[in-house]
Design a protein around this ligand. Structure first.
Ligand code: AMP
Length: 188
């Protein structure tokens, strides 16, 4: 049966890079919440219009709207398993996910926290500006908002999974391949 893995960490911690590698190796569906929200905005959908100003400011989209993006999660979880990237970000979302998975007799296998310093975040975001056209990377106050969301939520969210013995912490400043190898050990 497919696994349910969560990648967690500060902006530019390497969540997407590792999630792609994991998705590839284990045949999991890569569920990138930020990307899905940006797609909605780009398409001009009703949901996209509702979430644009929140995403542009770096704050969290309300759980009610996040639910709309989660529609296919249960099927996907059963069919392939999922590596989540950018979800859940708060305990309420974690509880929501637990409930959805319980309905199909699944549960989260691991939340993997990639730890990086704020200096590394700044450098990586500067690099990312050159390669990806993300509006929310270009404005310092927006990056700050995103970092503050993480700092406020990371302890309770980590605790949620620690109490279930599903919490793993990795040094996100090691080479990509070394982190990936450690993640594979956790998943296997
Ligand atoms: P990301 O691409 O993961 O950095 O996410 C970009 C932005 O999308 C965030 O700053 C939030 O505004 C929004 N977002 C992403 N994931 C979530 C989530 N799980 N809950 C609420 N808002 C989110």
């Amino acid at each position: 049966m497919g696994k349910i893995i969560i990648m967690y960490g500060l902006p530019a911690a390497g969540k997407t890079t590792q999630a792609r590698l994991i998705a590839d190796k284990y045949g999991l569906y890569h569920f990138a919440m930020g990307e899905k929200l940006r797609e909605q905005i780009a398409s001009g959908s009703e949901l996209g219009q509702k979430i644009k100003s929140t995403v542009d400011s770096g704050l969290l989209v309300s759980d009610e709207l996040i639910l709309e993006v989660l529609r296919d999660v249960k099927n996907q979880a059963v069919e392939t398993g999922i590596v989540f990237d950018g979800f859940p970000r708060i305990v309420d979302q974690a509880i929501l996910l637990d409930q959805m998975l319980a309905e199909v007799n699944l549960e989260v296998d691991a939340l993997c926290l990639l730890k990086v310093s704020s200096e590394a975040v700044e450098n990586r975001i500067n690099d990312r500006i050159a390669t990806e056209n993300r509006g929310d990377d270009k404005d310092k106050s927006v990056v700050e908002n995103r970092m503050n969301v993480f700092l406020k939520e990371s302890v309770p969210l980590s605790e949620h999974y620690r109490t279930k013995e599903k919490f793993y912490e990795l040094d996100g400043e090691e080479p990509i391949e070394d982190i990936f190898n450690k993640l594979c050990e956790i998943i296997d």
